[in-house]
Design a protein around this ligand. Structure first.
Ligand code: FAD
Length: 343
């Protein structure tokens, strides 16, 4: 069903920037709600590289993407920030102090200020246009990310795509899969020279079968359980591959989607902001993290954290126009004591 919810601040996107902005807002006693089109929080860290270490988070010599998200969640846990997941924000109406946001699922969010932490947009994998795809996705027969290599042990896997991801995952999974077919609509793959050399070696040994130039044509099986993938060449000749997993790597759509229609003066998927506040061209609407741009912008997680703090401080006078914010360090306040109704 759909929700109707009100908060001081609506945060669009629950990647690392959005999660930390929720902390900064909460510390200033601004209530917030997190909205994300994905079914879980963590943005790129959770969806794309939960097991990859990150080396440039301050005070963490190394931390995996998934662990960073868990730590950010632990940091906001005392504030019980409500969240609407699996919902994409599409519409914005009103002005600073009184915004109304609408989602693709019919939710209505009222907020005094908005923080756009949309990263590369409501991202998702580019999905192949195949009949019945939904059912095969639902069972995990078709997947767009390798979250755990072990899930692919003993599988007969069709990997589709011609770039780094397709080649690298074919090489990575060849040691645990029963068979791998690498389907690409051109003869040549675009990947690092070392990866291409390894691919040729694996193909020569029969560990990976290159199926080129072919493209995906159809999925076969019942109740979403994949039994075969058919592929077609440029002349329309169809070949059937008996496989039980399909991994299409056709890139991520980095599209602001509905946000591109908002009057934010977005340039090539990025929203220009005032560097001192992260405020956008719309008063009361702020942008932080990968989606925000200004001279000297670094697309790094640590940058998104600091932008979240700046936006929260800039939002305070919008929510509380009559109350000056007396800046305090978090140590002088203490997190649980800072929560309304807390200890
Ligand atoms: P994202 O993490 O992209 O999160 C944005 C969220 O907003 C998404 O969950 C999306 O679904 C949601 N969203 C977008 N539009 C809407 C909408 N309309 N409605 C609802 N939800 C919406 N950075 C580093 O600092 N160090 C590293 O070592 C590092 N390694 C990386 C390795 C890889 C493989 C990749 C892909 C990136 C790496 N990065 C690294 C970059 C880092 O992940 C990003 O800088 C960071 O994720 C940006 O955070 P964000 O919160 O701005 O956006």
């Amino acid at each position: 069903g759909h929700h109707s919810i009100g908060a001081d601040v609506a945060i669009i996107g629950a990647g690392p920037a959005g999660l930390f902005a929720a902390f900064e807002c909460s510390m200033l006693r601004l209530s917030c709600v997190l909205v994300d089109s994905l079914g879980e929080t963590g943005g790129q860290c959770a969806a794309l590289y939960p097991e990859k270490p990150i080396y440039d988070i301050p005070a963490h010599p190394a931390i995996e993407g998934g662990a960073l998200v868990a730590a950010l969640e632990a940091q906001i846990a005392p504030f019980s920030v409500p969240r609407l997941l699996g919902r994409r924000v599409e519409r914005l109406e009103g002005q600073a102090g009184d915004f109304t946001l609408g989602t693709d699922r019919g939710d209505v969010i009222r907020a005094k200020a908005v923080v756009i932490a949309a990263g590369a947009g409501a991202f998702g994998p580019n999905r192949p246009p195949l009949d019945g795809l939904d059912a095969f996705e639902a069972t995990g027969s078709v997947q767009y990310y390798v979250r755990r290599r072990e899930d692919f042990r003993g599988r007969r896997i069709v990997i589709a795509g011609g770039g780094d991801s397709a080649v690298d995952w074919a090489l990575s999974l060849k040691d645990i899969a029963e068979r791998i077919w690498l389907v690409h609509r051109r003869d040549r793959f675009r990947a690092a020279p070392e990866s291409l050399a390894q691919l040729e070696a694996a193909a020569a040994e029969g560990r990976i079968e290159k199926v080129v130039p072919f493209q995906l044509h159809g999925l076969h099986g019942t109740s979403g359980t994949l039994e075969a993938v058919s592929v077609a060449d440029l002349d329309g000749k169809v070949r059937q591959i008996d496989a039980d997993r399909l991994l299409p790597f056709f890139g991520l759509s980095t599209d602001l989607g509905p946000l591109a229609a908002w009057p934010l003066n977005a340039e090539r998927h990025h929203i220009p902001v005032a560097q001192a506040t992260c405020e956008t061209a719309i008063a009361g609407v702020f942008a932080i993290g990968d989606v925000a741009t200004y001279p000297g912008k670094l697309k790094l997680i640590l940058q998104g954290f600091s932008e979240g703090a700046m936006a929260a401080h800039a939002i305070h006078p919008i929510v509380h126009p009559d109350t000056a914010l007396h800046f305090e360090y978090s140590t002088s306040k203490g997190v649980p004591g800072g929560v309304p109704g807390g200890a």
